[in-house]
Design a protein around this ligand. Structure first.
Ligand SMILES: CC(C)(COP(=O)(O)OP(=O)(O)OC[C@H]1O[C@@H](n2cnc3c(N)ncnc32)[C@H](O)[C@@H]1OP(=O)(O)O)[C@@H](O)C(=O)NCCC(=O)NCCS
Length: 332
């Protein structure tokens, strides 16, 4: 069991998805696909695409504002802002800085975390450690993503999978033992970035006419390879966090997994011997919202009354990098 004398708890959550619903039939008008193919191969029925001009920071702010309201805190008490995203408004400044200003938060420590789809769970671990250090008291953590502009609508194997949205949580340190975020782990394997990447736009391949013509600013993925790795690392990350904090799979009341593919979630459920009723999924409505996915699902699960005091909740994610992360929470 965790020996911490203080606990970092989630005081409130919030989420936001854009209004524009894009169904599988809508996707079939853009690429050679079908509702039947997408549904049976992935579990996705529709996704949301942000409006033109609606940036990642706008969605992050909408989710963040809802989390602040749900937590019932004074925004002036926030002293740490972290945004997990792989689709920031711009390379710099960070999206977290833009959120600081747009939400009229104090001039506090604000930065982005880039761990792709594992970003929100990574961020929970980072914020939790910073709060445990005693140097920070209240954190706004957000997973936000506008994937739609980096989707290649000439590549049917990737563009049908992703969507836009944001989820947020307010974390604080409390003088109680053994509740809240019991532990978080993260891992990485950068040996083959080509499995899932946006090749151009950084220092290796700066934007040029050639990079644009070669469609290198779009998301590229080896779906079969990432599928195999996802099944392996989701299972391992779940087992590792249970071992780290001294719990067993049978203790878990709710699993909030990264929403990438229903078949990956099914494999995780089988491997952990946890019935699907204990999973909270929203993949069918939002697709893969990357760093926002676990954050949105956590907020929805809480609002749907699926989380009550004393519940043990597993968050687990994987993404480009390869990255993976898991967190075990005992709800306060
Ligand atoms: C992408 C994914 C759904 C593909 O499913 P799959 O069962 O592996 O499908 P395959 O790649 O074997 O493709 C099977 C066929 O469907 C076709 N196909 C691919 N995308 C299609 C689409 N959107 N519509 C219709 N057909 C499609 C392929 O071209 C292939 O046709 P072929 O047999 O004539 O060559 C699956 O690999 C996956 O979900 N991987 C993980 C992706 C992921 O989680 N990414 C996010 C990480 S955070």
């Amino acid at each position: 069991m965790s020996s911490q004398k203080q606990s970092v708890i989630i005081l409130g959550t919030g989420s936001y998805v854009p209004e524009n619903i894009v169904t599988n039939d809508d996707m079939a008008k853009m690429v050679d696909t079908s509702d039947e193919w997408i549904r049976t191969r992935t579990g996705i029925c529709e996704r949301r695409f942000a409006a033109e001009g609606e940036a990642t920071s706008d969605m992050a702010c909408a989710a963040g504002e809802r989390a602040i309201q749900a937590a019932g805190i004074d925004r002036n008490d926030i002293d740490l802002i972290i945004v997990a995203t792989m689709t920031p408004d711009m390379p710099f400044p960070s999206t977290a800085c833009l959120v600081q200003s747009k939400l009229q938060l104090p001039n506090v420590c604000a930065f982005d975390v880039q761990a792709a789809c594992s970003g929100f769970v990574y961020t929970l671990g980072i914020a939790s450690s910073m709060l445990q250090s005693g140097n920070f008291n209240k954190a706004l953590v957000i997973g936000a993503e506008k994937t739609s502009p980096i989707l290649d609508f000439e590549d049917r194997t990737t563009c049908v999978l992703f969507g836009d949205g944001a989820g947020a949580a307010i974390l604080t340190r409390e003088e109680i033992e053994g509740v809240g975020i019991l532990g978080t782990i993260g891992g990485s394997d950068g040996s083959d970035p080509s499995v899932l990447q946006q090749p151009a736009g950084g220092s290796a391949i700066p934007a040029s006419v050639d990079s644009i013509q070669a469609r290198q600013h779009y998301l590229k993925m080896n779906g079969k390879e990432i599928f195999k790795q996802a099944v392996r690392v989701m299972g391992q990350a779940s087992a590792d966090i249970l071992e780290k904090v001294g719990h067993q799979a049978s203790d878990i009341d709710l699993v909030v997994p990264h929403q990438a593919n229903m078949r990956i979630i099914d494999s995780l459920a089988k491997r952990m011997k946890i019935p699907m009723e204990k999973f909270h999924n929203n993949l069918e409505r939002y697709g893969n919202t990357s760093a926002a996915s676990v954050a949105i699902a956590l907020d929805e699960a809480y609002k749907a009354g699926r989380i009550k005091s004393g519940d043990i909740i597993l968050l687990v994610a994987f993404g480009a990098g390869l990255t993976w992360a898991s967190s075990l929470i005992k709800w306060h």
